[in-house]
Design a protein around this ligand. Structure first.
Ligand code: FAD
Length: 731
């Protein structure tokens, strides 16, 4: 209610100004004509005149009305240089701040609502550099001040900052105008007051803070290198430590642009993804899926059978798959590409030197202008009570341990209900293990929406996995047959009494197993290669700026070691930024862009996502509507017997812009690609709907989801008219 009232008042005041041609009073001629009259009034009541002038100036500026320049000249003419300067400086700043507040109060909410997360980048820039921008705009009057007041009101710039920067930035210009006002008779035009030289000086003054900041940054960058001797010549342009996804892609890009690159790897080429991560896990999941399908062959009209298999062969196949992909990441391939590959442990000695302890024990030192740290992450092993007394596996050790076994673990206990824990729980359950999955959180894969967590849980339970959520490990202990885990199960036994959730106390559970697998997240590899010695800041990961630079601007970090995402494709994505900035940063640096990050968890049915899900949209107060298409409606999913799952698309209410997509279903990770492309290139659901998709494919589901959206946004009024038209045509 207050907004409309304020709006009406403002419109009324502005209307009065123009209806009564009050602008005519704020011209140079009018001022000159009234000069003697006003001067007399000022001599008679100096305080009243000063107060009246002040209020009038504030009003003009607050209402964004023309006349401020004439008023500033008048200040000089009637109050002299110093009193005039004080009056105008405060009145203009207060008036501008009022205009800023009016704009913020009346318009910011609407702008926020309309442009939502697209404003984020502007707000981020304003938070970081808003004061500098405003100062420059005030000094160099390229845009009228009233526009600046109104536009700044739409940003997140703090009011106090706006006020003092405005006052400071407008001061030189005010001084010039008030001073000119003291010689009013000599002025013929307002525009002539600021000579080109004066304007150029203001422009210089305006960019000065920005220049000063750039110089300061340069000095600070230089400061970190104090105490080190920069080599006069470098052995290579780039040294990359770690040959996982991030390291390999960095080296590949660097050598492709003809840089001299050394790639150092202490373990297996290909890093975690190839050797202990994505590749073996997906290979195992494939065998497990076949076993599952054999068990449920009746579903396809065949005879269901208990799969007979040698676990050894299954694990051999996993190794064969790794071997088949390994040449893509091999020393031979990269050497052929022109990369100098060293197999050994790399350690930073100074900002340009890496010491390599080669596999044969030799030690070599190499220098490079830039270095990329791509040392990845390893399985997290938190200090659980009793863990030091029991044997356990992690995703790092699992594959070797399983390759040596004749059978899958009879009773497998997995701690951790994130993507890795869920994938491995399903794989082993389908291969015959009795699997218990213990999760501390209230649900599995808690980053996904609640319904997705439920889908995953139901899928695992259907495969025979015992899923325990809300469980805190209290003790681990060895037994003659393996291990015993004691957990406190919280909340699960909450009951509803008079509509209030009441915790009836924790339940203690004991789980016995022969094999324990920890899937409790992954920790960046930060130790043992000179980061701390060089003072490079680390938290849970190596600290980098948006350009992936560490404390030393010539040392970059990419992949799991830098986070925030831990995927092979994000590691490769970061590698592009790290290597391009490392080699060409002196010309142009690129900020790493995480605005569109897709991912997939390869449980069956798969769970894939890009952009926002419902819980994230709600947490960020972003309005959305949901369009859903169930795969049970899709011909190809039905023919394949995989009609479980859905596509859920989030769009701003009434708008054809995709905020995020979650897909649960067979090949969800592949289906997602169309949405990733659409979001990246600003294509809406109308465009997907208007694109031909092959029949019968799973990909058609994307088109049908778009169709659901279209149906929900059908132009009802037009359709009603069309209906009338057709009735008329029928006669
Ligand atoms: C079980 C599992 C399943 C996964 N599934 C998927 C999936 O389906 N999709 C997906 O996108 N991601 C998946 N991931 C994650 C993916 O494996 C990682 O995000 C990816 O490997 C990160 O690549 P990176 O280059 O940052 O690190 P890494 O692959 O870990 O490579 C780092 C390399 O650096 C080497 N190194 C470390 N220190 C030194 C040193 N001082 N000197 C020399 N060399 C050094 C290491 O030996 C290692 O080879 C999975 C991970 C696991 C564990």
């Amino acid at each position: 209610m207050r907004k409309p009232l304020l709006l009406i008042l403002l419109v009324l005041l502005m209307a009065l100004f123009f209806i009564f041609d009050l602008g005519d009073w704020f011209t140079l001629n009018a001022l000159k004509q009234q000069q003697t009259h006003i001067a007399t009034m000022r001599t008679e009541s100096p305080w009243l005149m000063a107060g009246g002038f002040f209020v009038l100036y504030v009003l003009l500026a607050a209402l964004s009305l023309p006349g401020a320049a004439i008023m500033t000249l008048a200040a000089g003419a009637f109050f002299g240089l110093w009193q005039g300067l004080v009056l105008v400086s405060f009145a203009s700043s207060i008036g501008a701040t009022l205009a800023f507040l009016v704009s913020r109060f009346l318009l910011r909410g609407q702008v926020q609502h309309r442009f939502g997360d697209r404003l984020k980048a502007i707000d981020k820039g304003i938070n970081r550099d808003g004061a500098f921008y405003l100062f420059t705009l005030r000094l160099v009057p390229v845009f009228p001040f009233f526009i600046i007041n109104l536009l700044m009101g739409l940003t997140t710039l703090p009011i106090r900052t706006f006020y003092w920067v405005s006052q400071l930035g407008m001061l030189p210009g005010t001084l010039v105008y008030v001073n000119a006002g003291t010689q009013l008779a000599a002025i013929n035009s307002v525009s002539g007051i600021l000579s080109p030289t004066l304007l150029a000086s203001f422009a210089l003054l305006g960019v000065f803070p920005l220049l000063a900041r750039a110089v300061l940054r340069l000095v600070q960058r230089r400061k970190v290198y104090r105490g080190f001797n920069k080599p006069a010549h470098f052995d290579c342009n780039l040294i990359v430590i770690g040959a996982g996804a991030a390291g390999l892609v960095s080296a590949y890009i660097a050598v492709a642009v003809k840089a001299k690159v050394t790639l150092i790897e202490s373990g297996n080429m290909g890093g975690d993804c190839l050797n202990t991560g994505c590749v073996p896990s997906k290979a195992l999941l494939r065998s497990a899926k076949l076993a599952h399908q054999m068990r449920h062959a009746a579903h396809y009209g065949l005879t269901s059978t208990t799969p007979e298999f040698s676990f050894k062969y299954v694990m051999q196949r996993v190794q064969q798959v790794i071997n088949k992909i390994a040449p893509h990441d091999s020393v031979e391939r990269y050497t052929k590409l022109g990369v100098n590959v060293l197999q050994g442990h790399g350690k930073l000695v100074d900002p340009w030197t890496v010491e390599v302890t080669l596999s044969n024990g030799d030690v070599q030192r190499l220098t490079a202008r830039s270095i990329i740290i791509a040392t990845g992450a390893s399985a997290a092993v938190p200090p659980l009570p009793g863990l030091d007394k029991v044997d356990y596996l992690t995703s790092d050790t699992l594959w070797q341990a399983m390759a040596e076994r004749a059978a899958p673990p009879a009773r497998l206990l997995i701690l951790g209900g994130g993507p890795i824990g869920c994938e491995l729980a399903q794989a082993f359950a389908r291969l015959g293990s009795s699997v218990t999955l213990v999760q501390r959180n209230a649900r599995l894969m808690p980053k996904e929406d609640l319904e997705v967590s439920e889908w995953v849980k139901q899928a695992l339970v259907a495969d025979g996995v015992r899923v325990l959520t809300d469980c805190d490990t209290t003790q681990l202990a060895p037994t003659s047959q393996g291990i015993r885990l004691e957990v406190n199960q919280v909340q699960a036994n909450q009951v509803q009494i008079n509509q209030v959730q009441v915790n009836q106390g924790d339940t203690s559970l004991t789980i016995e197993a022969d094999t324990l697998l920890l899937a409790l997240g992954r920790r960046a590899r930060l130790q043992g290669f000179g980061l701390t010695e060089l003072g490079i800041t680390i938290d849970r990961t190596v600290t980098t700026n948006e350009y992936l630079e560490t404390l030393y601007p010539n040392i970059y970090a990419a992949g799991d070691v830098a986070g925030p995402y831990q995927f092979t494709h994000t590691a490769a994505h970061m590698a592009w930024y790290a290597s391009v900035n490392a080699l060409f940063g002196q010309f142009k640096r690129f900020k790493v862009d995480y605005s569109i990050v897709p991912w997939c968890t390869f449980v069956d049915p798969e769970v894939a996502r890009v952009g926002l899900n419902e819980q994230e949209a709600a947490a960020q107060h972003i309005d959305y509507e949901v369009t859903r298409f169930n795969l049970s409606e899709l011909d190809r999913a039905i023919t394949d017997g995989s009609d479980q799952g859905f596509i859920k698309v989030l769009t701003p209410p009434g708008k054809d812009r995709i905020l995020g997509v979650t897909i649960v279903g067979e090949h969800a990770g592949d289906l997602l690609a169309e949405y990733v492309l659409a979001i990246k290139h600003g294509l809406g659901l109308n465009k997907i709907l208007g694109t031909m998709h092959v029949y019968p494919t799973l990909a058609e589901a994307n088109k049908y989801a778009a169709g659901e959206w279209k149906r929900a946004h059908a132009p009802l009024r037009t359709l009603a008219w069309l209906s009338r038209y057709h009735r008329w045509r029928r006669g």
